[in-house]
Design a protein around this ligand. Sequence first.
Ligand SMILES: [Zn+2]
Length: 90
Amino acid sequence: MNRHFRHVDWKLKEVPSTVTLVDIACISGKPRCREIPRRSGPLSLADGEAWLLAHFKTTGHRRYEETYSRVVQWDPPDDIDPRTILGVTT
Ligand SMILES: [Zn+2]
């Protein structure tokens, strides 16, 4: 996504040093199973897939709701230091 703000063209980018996380809930069955991983908070993608496979193998449930979270930020062109723009912070 690109936007023009304070006379600068900004791009919305994923912060590369961060990890995409996932929240998972099983939504198979009627009524829905609603089981979630026992660990608190979102999981790494690898841990999420491991839980999905384990739950599938033990229950046969095939349908899940996944909600992803990632860290993004607006970046100016490379030749502009965002700290020099009034009103812009990290
Ligand atoms: Zn289930």
